[in-house]
Design a protein around this ligand. Sequence first.
Ligand code: FES
Length: 198
Amino acid sequence: MSEQVDQSKRNMLFGAAGLLGGVAALAAAVPFVGSMLPAADTLAASKTEFDVGTVESGQLVVIQWQGKPVFVVNRTKELLAQIDGHDEMLKDPESREIEAVSAAWMTDENRKYRAIKPEYLVVVASCTHLGCIPMYKATKGRKDWGDSVPEDWPGGWHCPCHGSLYDISARVINDSPAPHNLHLMPYKYTGETSVVIG
Ligand code: FES
């Protein structure tokens, strides 16, 4: 008998605990859903403004967008010339494996440049293998870089983590462990050299 009483008390306790848990979950859910609505300052923080004209000719700078590192490169005529002539070395020379939302700005004319204005490349600075930041090795040819790059190096990036290689348009080179080209982002020009990313 006393065992039956104990059991029914226990059931009540579990029931009450479950109810309280449900109320607590509901109470917790309301502010959570509320916090999922982006505030104006959050939306602003999701965008990064940058003047690409501040990057010197031939140089690379790293900026931040949504907490991620981003490469901005000012490509000279010589660097732009290094984009051509090695499509057979690339996994995805025409950047077909990209999310449409990230590069809605891409046209057939700027596809090989992977940039709205060919001279300014803006790409996520994380290797698509495991996320290391690749090293900029822009000079064409192996002599500057030794055996970290192939004999016919077209210039670009070398990821020292596991050896992935990308060309000067950040397109991944065959046999790299990285599966994709460096990722692109939605961005637009708001002036001659002012861009807003995001
Ligand atoms: S993280 Fe770049 S090759 Fe592995």
